[in-house]
Design a protein. Structure first.
Length: 104
């Protein structure tokens, strides 16, 4: 492992399960929770955007309600909690920097 790769690996390991801001080698960035790590990849839980993960026409994210407007029930009468995160797997070599963020 080269020095930068080892440094990023150590940062990820030290901040496992932390909410972080990640800067990529291409200059893009995102925030998420580090959920796993191995010698080549880092695994994140990334918050969904405004329209991610919600079927068309159901945008009651503030309360987590579906189309029937009953807390915890979604549309067709079955219990469903909308997803709040998606999984993201990236090679360690693609990460330029990591900063810990407050989660509140």
């Amino acid at each position: 492992m080269n020095h930068h790769h080892q440094h990023i690996y150590d940062l990820c390991k030290n901040h496992m399960h932390s909410y972080v801001l990640v800067e990529m080698n291409d200059g893009s960035n995102f925030d998420g929770i580090i959920t796993g790590l191995d010698d080549e990849y880092v695994y994140f839980a990334v918050p969904l955007g405004q329209d991610d993960g919600m079927p068309h026409g159901h945008h009651h994210r503030q309360f987590g309600w579906g189309s029937y407007n009953y807390p915890g029930f979604y549309g067709h009468g079955y219990h469903h909690r909308p997803r709040r995160f998606r999984r993201l797997i990236l090679p360690l070599a693609a990460l330029a920097a990591i900063s810990v963020l407050p989660w509140y």
